[in-house]
Design a protein around this ligand. Structure first.
Ligand code: DX5
Ligand code: ZN
Length: 220
Protein backbone atom coordinates (compact mmCIF):
# COMPACT_ATOMS: atom_id res chain seq x y z
CA UNK A 1 0.00 0.00 0.00
CA UNK A 2 1.33 3.44 -0.91
CA UNK A 3 1.93 5.86 1.97
CA UNK A 4 -0.94 8.32 2.32
CA UNK A 5 -0.61 12.00 1.61
CA UNK A 6 -0.71 14.00 4.84
CA UNK A 7 -2.65 17.26 4.99
CA UNK A 8 -1.95 18.93 8.35
CA UNK A 9 -4.85 21.09 9.50
CA UNK A 10 -3.55 24.47 10.54
CA UNK A 11 -6.44 24.69 13.00
CA UNK A 12 -3.99 23.10 15.46
CA UNK A 13 -1.14 25.51 14.61
CA UNK A 14 -0.18 28.58 16.66
CA UNK A 15 -2.51 31.23 15.20
CA UNK A 16 -0.22 34.03 16.40
CA UNK A 17 2.53 32.68 14.09
CA UNK A 18 0.56 31.12 11.25
CA UNK A 19 2.97 31.97 8.42
CA UNK A 20 5.91 30.44 10.26
CA UNK A 21 3.82 27.42 11.18
CA UNK A 22 2.85 26.81 7.55
CA UNK A 23 6.53 27.03 6.53
CA UNK A 24 7.56 24.65 9.29
CA UNK A 25 4.93 22.04 8.50
CA UNK A 26 5.71 22.29 4.77
CA UNK A 27 9.44 21.72 5.45
CA UNK A 28 8.54 18.83 7.76
CA UNK A 29 6.99 16.95 4.84
CA UNK A 30 3.34 17.98 4.67
CA UNK A 31 1.91 17.07 1.28
CA UNK A 32 -0.97 19.53 1.39
CA UNK A 33 -1.92 22.36 3.76
CA UNK A 34 -5.46 21.80 5.08
CA UNK A 35 -7.28 25.02 5.91
CA UNK A 36 -10.50 24.79 7.92
CA UNK A 37 -12.87 27.66 7.27
CA UNK A 38 -15.72 27.91 9.80
CA UNK A 39 -18.48 30.51 9.93
CA UNK A 40 -20.06 30.14 13.40
CA UNK A 41 -23.33 29.23 11.67
CA UNK A 42 -22.86 26.04 9.65
CA UNK A 43 -20.57 24.87 12.46
CA UNK A 44 -20.29 26.23 16.02
CA UNK A 45 -16.85 27.80 15.61
CA UNK A 46 -15.32 30.70 13.69
CA UNK A 47 -11.86 30.40 12.18
CA UNK A 48 -10.36 32.13 9.19
CA UNK A 49 -11.40 33.89 6.00
CA UNK A 50 -9.97 34.44 2.53
CA UNK A 51 -7.71 37.27 3.73
CA UNK A 52 -5.75 34.85 5.90
CA UNK A 53 -5.53 32.30 3.08
CA UNK A 54 -4.11 35.01 0.83
CA UNK A 55 -1.59 36.06 3.49
CA UNK A 56 -0.45 32.45 3.92
CA UNK A 57 -0.10 31.74 0.21
CA UNK A 58 3.53 32.97 -0.10
CA UNK A 59 4.57 30.73 2.79
CA UNK A 60 4.14 27.42 0.93
CA UNK A 61 4.05 26.09 -2.60
CA UNK A 62 2.16 22.97 -1.47
CA UNK A 63 -1.49 22.61 -2.48
CA UNK A 64 -3.88 24.56 -0.26
CA UNK A 65 -6.71 22.19 0.62
CA UNK A 66 -9.49 24.53 1.68
CA UNK A 67 -12.35 22.94 3.62
CA UNK A 68 -15.32 25.29 3.67
CA UNK A 69 -17.70 24.79 6.60
CA UNK A 70 -19.73 27.79 5.57
CA UNK A 71 -23.37 28.26 4.57
CA UNK A 72 -24.35 29.61 2.15
CA UNK A 73 -21.13 28.68 0.42
CA UNK A 74 -21.50 29.75 -3.22
CA UNK A 75 -20.94 33.43 -2.50
CA UNK A 76 -17.48 32.72 -1.03
CA UNK A 77 -16.04 30.43 -3.72
CA UNK A 78 -14.47 33.15 -5.79
CA UNK A 79 -12.83 34.80 -2.78
CA UNK A 80 -11.13 31.58 -1.70
CA UNK A 81 -10.16 30.69 -5.26
CA UNK A 82 -8.45 34.03 -5.80
CA UNK A 83 -6.86 33.88 -2.33
CA UNK A 84 -4.91 30.81 -3.49
CA UNK A 85 -6.96 27.68 -2.78
CA UNK A 86 -6.07 24.71 -5.00
CA UNK A 87 -8.78 22.36 -3.79
CA UNK A 88 -12.12 23.67 -2.53
CA UNK A 89 -14.23 21.24 -0.53
CA UNK A 90 -17.84 21.93 0.34
CA UNK A 91 -20.61 20.20 2.29
CA UNK A 92 -23.81 19.19 0.45
CA UNK A 93 -25.82 20.70 3.33
CA UNK A 94 -24.18 24.11 2.79
CA UNK A 95 -26.01 25.16 -0.33
CA UNK A 96 -29.24 24.43 -2.13
CA UNK A 97 -27.63 23.11 -5.34
CA UNK A 98 -24.47 21.19 -4.63
CA UNK A 99 -24.02 20.08 -8.24
CA UNK A 100 -24.02 23.72 -9.32
CA UNK A 101 -21.50 24.52 -6.57
CA UNK A 102 -19.16 21.86 -7.96
CA UNK A 103 -19.55 23.35 -11.43
CA UNK A 104 -18.76 26.80 -10.05
CA UNK A 105 -15.55 25.54 -8.39
CA UNK A 106 -14.43 24.02 -11.69
CA UNK A 107 -15.27 27.21 -13.56
CA UNK A 108 -12.88 28.97 -11.17
CA UNK A 109 -10.18 26.51 -12.28
CA UNK A 110 -9.97 24.67 -8.94
CA UNK A 111 -10.38 21.06 -7.87
CA UNK A 112 -13.72 20.31 -6.24
CA UNK A 113 -14.25 18.16 -3.17
CA UNK A 114 -17.38 17.00 -1.36
CA UNK A 115 -17.31 16.62 2.43
CA UNK A 116 -19.64 14.13 4.09
CA UNK A 117 -20.55 14.65 7.74
CA UNK A 118 -20.66 11.54 9.95
CA UNK A 119 -24.43 11.11 9.44
CA UNK A 120 -24.41 11.94 5.72
CA UNK A 121 -24.60 8.74 3.70
CA UNK A 122 -22.22 7.72 0.93
CA UNK A 123 -25.15 7.59 -1.51
CA UNK A 124 -25.23 11.40 -1.42
CA UNK A 125 -22.38 11.04 -3.93
CA UNK A 126 -24.37 8.97 -6.46
CA UNK A 127 -24.97 11.85 -8.88
CA UNK A 128 -21.84 13.80 -8.02
CA UNK A 129 -19.08 11.22 -8.14
CA UNK A 130 -18.48 11.61 -11.88
CA UNK A 131 -17.91 15.36 -11.45
CA UNK A 132 -15.67 15.64 -8.40
CA UNK A 133 -11.94 15.41 -7.70
CA UNK A 134 -12.05 14.52 -4.01
CA UNK A 135 -14.28 13.05 -1.32
CA UNK A 136 -13.68 14.15 2.28
CA UNK A 137 -15.06 11.75 4.87
CA UNK A 138 -15.59 13.62 8.14
CA UNK A 139 -14.72 11.20 10.93
CA UNK A 140 -15.78 13.75 13.57
CA UNK A 141 -18.58 16.29 13.56
CA UNK A 142 -17.13 19.41 11.98
CA UNK A 143 -16.29 22.40 14.12
CA UNK A 144 -13.33 21.55 16.31
CA UNK A 145 -9.95 19.87 16.29
CA UNK A 146 -8.97 17.31 18.89
CA UNK A 147 -12.10 15.12 18.76
CA UNK A 148 -12.17 11.31 18.73
CA UNK A 149 -12.52 9.33 15.51
CA UNK A 150 -16.08 8.02 14.98
CA UNK A 151 -15.55 4.32 14.23
CA UNK A 152 -18.62 3.91 11.97
CA UNK A 153 -16.91 6.08 9.36
CA UNK A 154 -14.52 3.24 8.46
CA UNK A 155 -17.42 1.48 6.73
CA UNK A 156 -18.17 4.64 4.81
CA UNK A 157 -14.57 4.94 3.67
CA UNK A 158 -14.71 1.34 2.40
CA UNK A 159 -17.98 1.99 0.55
CA UNK A 160 -16.67 5.17 -1.07
CA UNK A 161 -13.42 3.43 -2.09
CA UNK A 162 -15.60 0.97 -4.06
CA UNK A 163 -17.62 3.80 -5.63
CA UNK A 164 -14.44 5.59 -6.67
CA UNK A 165 -12.82 2.47 -8.14
CA UNK A 166 -15.96 1.84 -10.19
CA UNK A 167 -15.66 5.24 -11.86
CA UNK A 168 -12.13 4.51 -13.12
CA UNK A 169 -11.38 8.20 -12.50
CA UNK A 170 -8.74 9.70 -10.21
CA UNK A 171 -10.66 10.90 -7.17
CA UNK A 172 -8.83 11.41 -3.92
CA UNK A 173 -10.35 9.88 -0.76
CA UNK A 174 -9.49 12.04 2.23
CA UNK A 175 -10.37 11.50 5.89
CA UNK A 176 -10.67 14.36 8.39
CA UNK A 177 -10.95 14.22 12.17
CA UNK A 178 -9.34 12.22 14.95
CA UNK A 179 -6.58 10.88 12.73
CA UNK A 180 -3.62 9.57 14.74
CA UNK A 181 -1.10 6.84 13.99
CA UNK A 182 -3.62 4.10 14.87
CA UNK A 183 -6.60 5.44 12.94
CA UNK A 184 -4.33 6.51 10.06
CA UNK A 185 -3.42 2.91 9.36
CA UNK A 186 -7.06 1.81 9.63
CA UNK A 187 -8.16 4.57 7.22
CA UNK A 188 -5.54 3.47 4.68
CA UNK A 189 -6.61 -0.17 5.03
CA UNK A 190 -10.18 0.98 4.33
CA UNK A 191 -9.05 2.79 1.17
CA UNK A 192 -8.17 6.37 2.10
CA UNK A 193 -5.27 8.03 0.32
CA UNK A 194 -5.15 11.46 1.99
CA UNK A 195 -5.26 12.04 5.74
CA UNK A 196 -6.02 15.34 7.43
CA UNK A 197 -4.35 15.60 10.82
CA UNK A 198 -4.39 18.66 13.06
CA UNK A 199 -3.53 17.55 16.58
CA UNK A 200 -1.31 14.67 15.41
CA UNK A 201 0.72 16.89 13.05
CA UNK A 202 1.28 19.89 15.31
CA UNK A 203 1.74 18.21 18.70
CA UNK A 204 5.01 18.93 20.50
CA UNK A 205 5.93 22.03 18.49
CA UNK A 206 8.07 22.51 15.39
CA UNK A 207 10.88 20.20 16.49
CA UNK A 208 8.43 17.28 16.32
CA UNK A 209 6.64 18.05 13.04
CA UNK A 210 8.70 15.87 10.72
CA UNK A 211 8.55 12.88 13.10
CA UNK A 212 4.80 13.44 13.50
CA UNK A 213 4.24 13.39 9.74
CA UNK A 214 6.53 10.41 9.20
CA UNK A 215 4.65 8.49 11.88
CA UNK A 216 1.31 9.23 10.18
CA UNK A 217 2.68 8.01 6.88
CA UNK A 218 3.71 4.81 8.60
CA UNK A 219 7.41 5.32 8.16
CA UNK A 220 8.31 5.24 11.85
C1 DX5 B 1 -12.91 19.70 11.98
C2 DX5 B 1 -11.87 20.00 10.94
C3 DX5 B 1 -10.65 19.15 11.01
C4 DX5 B 1 -9.92 19.21 12.30
C5 DX5 B 1 -9.01 18.02 12.43
O1 DX5 B 1 -14.05 20.42 11.69
O2 DX5 B 1 -12.42 19.85 9.64
O3 DX5 B 1 -9.80 19.42 9.90
O4 DX5 B 1 -9.17 20.38 12.46
O5 DX5 B 1 -8.38 18.11 13.67
P1 DX5 B 1 -7.84 16.84 14.44
O6 DX5 B 1 -6.86 16.17 13.53
O7 DX5 B 1 -7.24 17.43 15.64
O8 DX5 B 1 -9.02 15.94 14.72
ZN1 ZN C 1 -11.12 19.98 7.77
Amino acid sequence: MAAPLIAPSILSADFARLGEEVRAIDEAGADWIHIDVMDGHFVPNITIGPGVVKALRPHSAKPFDVHLMVAPVDVYLEAFASAGADIITVHPEAGPHIHRTVQAIHTLGKKAGIALNPATPAKTLDYLIDEIDLVLVMSVNPGFGGQSFIASQMRKIEAIRKMIDKTGRTIQLEVDGGVDTTTARQCCDAGADVLVAGTASFKGGAACYSANIAALKGFD
